[in-house]
Ligand binder design. Sequence first.
Ligand SMILES: Nc1ncnc2c1ncn2[C@@H]1O[C@H](COP(=O)(O)OP(=O)(O)OP(=O)(O)O)[C@@H](O)[C@H]1O
Ligand SMILES: [Mg+2]
Length: 384
Amino acid sequence: MAADNPFVYGEIVAAGAFADRDEEYHRLTTDLRAGQKVFLISPRRYGKSSLIRRTLDALAKERVLTVSVTVAGSSSYVGFLEAYAQTLLAADTPVSRLRQWAADLMRTFHPEVTIDASGPGTSAVSLSFPAVRSSRDVERLAAEVFALPGRIAAARKRPMAIALDEFQTIASFDGGNAVEEALRAAVQQQRDVGYVFAGSEPSLMERMISSRRPFYKAGPVMRLQKIDPDEFATWLEARFTKTGLRAEAGLGAALVDLADNVPYDVQRLAHETWDDVRAAGRKTVGLEDLHTTLTRMMRQQATVFEEQWQRLTLAQRGVLRALVLEQGRELLSADVRQRHRLAGASSVQSSIAALVREDIVMRDGPRYMLTDSLYREWIARRTF
Ligand SMILES: Nc1ncnc2c1ncn2[C@@H]1O[C@H](COP(=O)(O)OP(=O)(O)OP(=O)(O)O)[C@@H](O)[C@H]1O
Ligand SMILES: [Mg+2]
């Protein structure tokens, strides 16, 4: 039987498709096991959710009760509280026992639990708090929901590990600081419950843990970096080889480089290249294949990229092109501005700020980079 494509992108990757990150994985596992409250911060698509999944899977094998919720999945504060309460109560609870369990644990507001068992195999559970009306009610509900993990851990006599992903969304719920305060106050008392608060908007997340904010010094902060490029390259080549495609020397490194070492982009390019080479019935894969695939992908995205480019102001286009050609460095310097005929430093700065706001550009340490490496290639080759 022909092997399946070993590269996965656009979803949380399971252990089998997960490269490196051993150190981060061990740190996070140890911290959560110890009941720490960890902040996990990185730009988008670096692999936070995948790291969390791997960590929680490992902890679940040690009988830790694990729960994972994406805060950004909720459109309001109450919606989040309902989703959070539901996930907490449903963890390791048979559907038939859910109502009783919820009634036992939730004392102030009794949740309404609806169970739709009409689907095949699984039953859809949904929980709501119809009695919650005023903002005072919401506050009391929040206090109760945030206290749930402690009660569950005690009732079950099991430690818990909770992941709140896209945590920066918390700051946008009405209530603002009060939401963070209520959560911080609750988690602080739960010694048997480890938390990881993960966020993909580094500036927002950094602000949440700054002084004068409730989560200041709440626990260790992990800033997820890119995967070690050499290890990633070796890992990529090994996966080509394992599925019957001999990788030419330098292929892994070129993949990592072309994709700016953003894990998502690396896997996307590897996945597409693998498909193309396999479709052509070949047994080896080299740098030329990489470029053929890259060109095909760019062609397929051309309309989208053109539209995106048209939407920019002339000043932004100039800055973006300079950013690509200069690898995102020293954009404010007189030298770079002159070379690319850019306006004054403050104008360049506001163009960069707009590009960051539009999620076209992100910061990577001292330099700026494009969030999409394919768009970067398109700009380098197709614009003037
Ligand atoms: N350790 C890893 N090894 C290999 N590929 C990875 C790894 N981590 C992430 N990836 C790749 O990056 C993609 C994005 O990963 P993930 O969704 O975990 O990132 P994220 O930081 O949670 O992103 P977002 O901020 O958008 O939620 C995955 O689909 C996968 O292709
Ligand atoms: Mg994620």
